[in-house]
Design a protein around this ligand. Sequence first.
Ligand code: SAH
Ligand code: DHB
Ligand code: MG
Length: 219
Amino acid sequence: MGDHKFESVERYIDDLFVPADPALDAALAAQSAGLPDIQVSAGQGKLLYLLARLCGARRILEIGTLAGYSAIWLGRALRVDGRLITLEVNAEHAAMARTNLDRAGLGGRVEVLVGTALETLPRLAAGVDAPFDLVFLDADKTGYVAYLDWALELTRPGGLILADNVVRGGTVLDAGADAAAQGARAFNAALAADPRVEAIVVQQVGSKGHDGLAIARMK
Ligand code: SAH
Ligand code: DHB
Ligand code: MG
């Protein structure tokens, strides 16, 4: 974001708290062959991991898998006998994620469901994995308001709803911004107003630019 100090400090933090990891590195290397570089950063992954650990998550739902980088972080936070379900519309992304999750030793605990999230979510609501302890939104931002409705249905009391990319370089301030920023803006407004959760948005800066993570706890 034009201030290289944010990236220097990010590197300093990650060097201290996020040691290099063969499975995560391999996932990024595989992803770099043609998939977009839009996974969470290493430090953001560690934050997701810690939030999942803090709520003792056994059942996690992710919406937006890409190559499985954040799914590896979340999958590693699961308690023994835990399960992660991750939703991905793009079959090639899903296939690469399966490979990366298997390599990380998580193949048996993580299911990648291929399809548009709005088609797969109703099936989850009827299935045995719901309710979830943690739901992480990271797919198309234009869908965030609808995904929030599902997350509010599918998360247990005391569970967490997290959403990536809700600041978008500050473009959420602008009602005339692009569709993704408008999606994030509408999501933030809906989350803030919903009586079923207590929530905040944390700004984040560094290698992924200026963005934010929404953190909500179900009452
Ligand atoms: N969580 C990942 C990054 C996800 S990028 C990580 O941090 O490692 C967003 C992903 O959402 C992309 O792979 C994209 O194909 C997927 N996606 C976009 N629209 C979707 C939809 N309607 N349903 C499910 N997945 C979708
Ligand atoms: C985009 C998507 C993401 O999930 C992200 O973290 C960054 C960018 C995007 O679609 O541009
Ligand atoms: Mg994201």
